[in-house]
Design a protein around this ligand. Structure first.
Ligand code: PAF
Length: 279
């Protein structure tokens, strides 16, 4: 695996490469990222993984500063994988010129995670746009854990007429079903066993709605249980899979999404589900 820090050097190394698949990350790699590499390998041998802690997608200095930085471990982990190039640019290099995003952010970027993290998704799309322009991948792969991020990236690619195929990878969970996230490293062992409450409530909420309970009641019940379990809730909502808008009674393909703070650490998760057409 080549480790490249400069975009100019990256461009030289990418010349002539076909079917590039990009895995954008912010490092602190775990099994979830390894699963993205496994998925990528099914598509192409030219796998570029980027590690860049993107300051403009953080809402607070504290969150940015406490984000785990583990480059040496990440490199050790990547050395045993099929990644061809690790791109680890500096902030100056990524945002050197023409880095302003000319895409009009959709309204949905201000809801769910975007409501409590103003500007977050603009920061995400800005860095993704920079990476796409530099690397010109044929494919890019993202996990479904960041459901709203994945939706907005797909929408951005579609509306910007980019010929990049976005590959969606399933959420990877630990044995107790906690969605893997770099932020889990900030939780104590005791917190980790309690943080699973979010996934449990998503499951209960989805099955209640499938069995005919009203969405509002199922959401309320989940929120009450999370509060009792020590969560500070950011949001807990059922939306449509297709556009993340609030569902009407005709919508069958839904997703339950939740975000909150457990021991001051922000965690998110989601579950897709379908209402049987006969309900
Ligand atoms: O999901 C992430 O780790 C980040 O938001 C991403 C997509 C790498 C952009 O910085």
């Amino acid at each position: 695996m080549k480790i490249i820090k400069l975009s100019l050097e990256l461009e030289k190394n990418l010349k002539g490469l076909e079917d590039i698949i990009l895995i954008p990350t912010m490092g602190n790699l775990h099994e979830g990222h390894i699963s993205l590499i496994t998925e990528a390998k099914k598509i192409s041998n030219n796998i570029i993984l980027s590690i860049f802690i993107n300051p403009i997608q953080f809402n607070s200095k504290n969150d940015l500063e406490s984000y785990p930085r583990t480059l040496d471990n990440d490199i050790n982990l990547l050395n045993n994988t099929d990644v061809s190039i690790l791109f680890n640019p500096s902030e100056e290099d990524i945002y050197q010129k023409n880095s302003k995003l000319s895409y009009k952010m959709p309204m949905i970027s201000n809801e769910l995670c975007g409501k409590s993290r103003p500007g977050h998704f603009k920061g995400v799309l800005t860095v993704i746009d920079r990476l796409f322009k530099l690397i010109k991948p044929s494919y890019a792969i993202f996990g479904k854990k960041d459901y709203q991020q994945l939706y907005l990236i797909k929408k951005f690619v579609l509306e910007s007429n980019l010929s990049i195929k976005i590959i969606e990878a399933p959420t990877i969970r630990s044995t107790n079903n906690l969605a893997l996230s770099s932020r889990n490293n900030l939780l104590s062992t005791k917190d980790i066993s309690n943080a699973i409450g979010l996934y449990k409530q998503l499951q209960i909420c989805a099955s209640s709605v499938i069995s005919g309970e009203k969405i509002y009641d199922a959401e309320l019940n989940a929120k009450e249980n999370l509060l009792k379990g020590g969560w500070e809730i950011d949001y807990f909502e059922i939306r449509r899979q297709a556009d993340l808008k609030k569902p009407t009674c005709n919508d069958l393909k839904l997703v339950a999404l939740g975000a909150g703070y457990f021991s001051k650490i922000r965690l998110i998760d989601n579950i897709e589900f379908c209402i049987p057409a006969t309900n």
